[in-house]
Design a protein around this ligand. Structure first.
Ligand code: UTP
Length: 326
């Protein structure tokens, strides 16, 4: 079984961070998003991976080749992010007829991967959501998908496609993608994987709707911080280097980070070589080698090598006064 991980998007919603680092290499709870995904796949015995890269793909390739040197990894370039369907189509020569397990590069899943991989036919991860209009949506009858629609105005159900797919009949998927691309069939300006899966249904393929509860998006600052919180809660890794500071769990402080006279956490991730002095940091991710001094940070993302320095206020406040720093 080969995993196919598309990571060729620009990650615009995470700018400015994604101007210099591909989204999948952003740190969440102590390691890059992609490392959370690859560690799970390796633990499940998946040893062949195709990564569809684009914008800053060389950084992704270097990371994977260094950290996962035993993985059979192929890197395919999608020169323009023309859609998820197009990304998978670009990778088609790396899998041929082999079944594939597609997993979005910016999403962390908590699921029984072995159960999904044992599904007897194609299977698509789905989850009930309140407002499905931003997602691909499926209609299901007796556990089988009867229709798929990308970002419908009037969703026929609230079952959203969450970005995890087991495709057993890859040749059928590739034929459908070939057809979309040859006929320039785009939805909302992109070649959609959802449209190719709908074509598979029309050709009589069985697609099981596989329920997924744990689905943690990392695509926007708020969801990246939410996922950071979830992973820190789950993994409870609160090992801090000895210092005169306090680390409130759950938090992750890299062994090479330096904390001085600070209070860090809960829900703080402090990257390798970062220095935090005279500061209070909670619910935030501080990048590798960043320097934070005299700052009060909450809900914040600080990039690698960034410098944030606040100041202590000087006040001369009379009795019964009130000062609020908003
Ligand atoms: P997203 O649309 O969520 O990611 O695609 P994005 O385009 O990088 O982010 P924004 O919208 O600009 O903020 C989900 C996943 O599919 C990949 C993305 O890299 C991401 O991992 N993708 C998307 C591709 O590889 N190619 C595409 O053409 C589109």
């Amino acid at each position: 079984m080969r995993a196919v991980i598309p990571v060729a998007g620009f990650g615009t919603r995470l700018r400015p961070h994604t101007y210099t680092i591909p989204k999948v290499l952003l740190n969440v709870a102590g390691k890059p998003i992609l490392a959370h995904i690859l560690d799970r796949l390796v633990a499940e015995g998946i040893s062949a991976v195709t990564i569809v890269v684009g914008h800053m793909g060389d950084q992704v390739e270097q990371f994977v080749r260094t950290r996962y040197s035993t993985l059979d990894a192929a890197f395919i370039e999608q020169t323009e992010p023309l859609g998820l369907g197009h990304a998978i189509w670009c990778a088609r020569h790396t899998f041929g007829d082999e079944p594939i397990f597609i997993i979005l590069g910016d999403t962390i899943f908590d699921l029984d991967i072995a159960a999904l991989l044992n599904a007897p036919s194609n299977a698509i991860g789905v989850k009930r959501v309140e407002d499905p209009r931003r997602f691909g949506v499926v209609e299901v009858s007796d556990g089988l998908i009867t229709r798929l629609i990308e970002k419908p105005q009037h969703p026929p159900s609230n079952l959203a496609i969450v970005g995890i797919y087991l495709i057993r009949h890859t040749q059928c998927l590739v034929d459908c993608l070939d057809r979309l691309i040859a006929n320039r069939v785009q939805t909302r300006g992109e070649f959609q994987l959802t449209d190719a899966l709908q074509c598979m249904v029309e050709r009589g393929e069985q697609l099981i709707a596989f329920p997924i509860e744990g689905w943690y998006d990392c695509g926007k600052p708020e969801t990246l911080l939410e996922t950071n919180r979830y992973l820190l809660d789950r993994e409870m890794q609160t090992v801090a280097p000895p210092s005169d500071s306090i680390v409130l769990p759950p938090s992750y402080v890299a062994p090479t980070a330096i904390l001085e006279r600070s209070i860090v956490g809960p829900y703080a991730t402090i990257g390798d070589g970062a220095i935090v002095r005279d500061s209070r940091i909670q619910n935030s991710i501080i990048g590798t080698s960043a320097i934070v001094t005299a700052a009060l940070l909450n809900d914040s993302l600080v990039g690698n090598n960034a410098i944030v320095s606040g100041s202590f206020h000087q006040l001369n406040v009379g009795d019964s006064s009130q000062i609020n720093y908003a």
